[in-house]
Design a protein around this ligand. Sequence first.
Ligand code: SF4
Ligand code: SF4
Length: 60
Amino acid sequence: MFVVTIDAEKCTGCGECVDNCPVSILELVDGKAEVVGDDCMGCESCVEVCSTGAVTVQEF
Ligand code: SF4
Ligand code: SF4
C-alpha cells in the first residue's frame, strides 16, 4: 500500500495535487491539502505537481 503525507508547513494550498490525483483522495481543508482516502495507487502525480515539495508518497 501507499501512504501519502502532506507537510502542512510547506503546503501553500494551491490545489494542484487535488486537481491531479486520479483517484481523488486529496482535498483542500482550511487551505491545506489533506488525504481523505486510502486508495492511493502510487502514481506520484501529486509529488510532481507540488512546487513546494510538501507531498511524499511511501510504499509499505
Ligand atoms: S500541490 Fe503542494 S502546495 Fe499545492 S495544495 Fe498540494 S501539497 Fe499543497
Ligand atoms: S500518488 Fe497518485 S494516487 Fe496517490 S495521492 Fe498522489 S496523485 Fe493521488
